[in-house]
Design a protein around this ligand. Structure first.
Ligand code: FE
Ligand code: FE
Ligand code: ZN
Length: 274
């Protein structure tokens, strides 16, 4: 069975998310580790986390894909703000230890005029510092649309960050809307794009997918998600994704503009394409 789920609200805790996931046919899910537009994190609940670890195992869920806050910019120009972002990353990774063995995905950052090379260096430095050796979490860099000064719109940039960190616990989460918006033609040549990813980064580093249609044409660098089949990618692209052998075991997370009933329908749709 494919590992398919969606983004869920963390307000009812891990057990709440597991129950919601089950009710909509999901066997993985994503959630924000803290306020996505701010930095505030929920109080930790060790009992909830411990119960979740047992439940996830018992229910045979695939790995979860936590999402860092959008405001965490590891390569912002202001040193104090950059240090604050690095502390947020450290705290998030420490929190992930309560549910060991799962993924922590985040947007690498925006270099805000400092240049891509400087951005890459600052992002890698922060990860290196936060990712203590032996930490039970794998950090996933998200492929970005290349909006503004975003780092991570090119596979080469992701490789540079991975190499600079130099840890096995760093991988990539490929967002279908973002790579399309960045100019990778997964509609007409999914296999070619994955081969390019393999050649540059290596498919062994690809750990998860964000499954989104896109409101915009390829290379638009816009990053506006659409519901599955209602955007430029179309259902056939998702059929190819669900049937591609290189992607078969990876957690696939919907981040489409939906409430739970819509997610339930899309999860069923994706399963029917597999
Ligand atoms: Fe994201
Ligand atoms: Fe995403
Ligand atoms: Zn996006």
């Amino acid at each position: 069975m494919h590992a398919i789920g969606c983004h869920l609200s963390a307000s009812a805790g891990y057990m709440g998310m597991i129950r919601t996931a089950q009710s909509i046919g999901a066997n993985t899910f994503a959630f924000f580790t803290r306020n996505p537009r701010g930095s505030k994190a929920k109080a930790e609940d060790p009992a909830d986390a411990a119960a979740a670890v047992q439940a996830l195992k018992q229910l045979q869920f695939a790995k979860l894909v936590a999402h860092g806050s959008y405001t965490m910019n590891l390569c912002t120009a202001d040193p104090e703000a950059r240090e604050f972002a690095a502390e947020i990353l450290e705290d998030d990774l420490r929190r992930m230890a309560a549910i060991p063995g799962n993924y922590y995905n985040f947007h690498p950052g925006s270099h805000v005029g400092q240049g891509t090379a400087v951005g890459i260096e600052q992002i890698a430095g922060a990860i290196k510092k936060a990712l203590a050796p032996g930490y039970p979490v794998t950090v996933l860099l998200e492929t970005m649309a290349g909006k503004g000064s975003e780092v991570g719109g090119r596979f080469e940039e992701l490789l540079d960050i991975i190499q600079a960190v130099g840890s096995d616990n760093v991988g990539v989460c490929l967002d279908t809307c973002h790579v399309w918006d960045a100019g990778y033609d997964i509609v007409n040549d999914l296999d070619g794009v994955l081969k390019e990813f393999d050649r540059i980064v290596g498919l062994d580093r690809l750990k998860a997918l964000h499954i989104n249609d896109s409101k915009n044409p390829s290379a638009s660098h816009k990053d506006r998600h659409a519901c599955i089949g209602e955007g430029a990618l179309g259902v056939e692209t998702f059929r190819n994704i669900l049937q591609h052998e290189a992607l078969a075991g990876l957690p696939m997370i919907l981040e489409t503009p939906n409430e739970l009933p819509g997610y339930q329908r899309e999860i069923a749709l994706l399963r029917s394409l597999a």
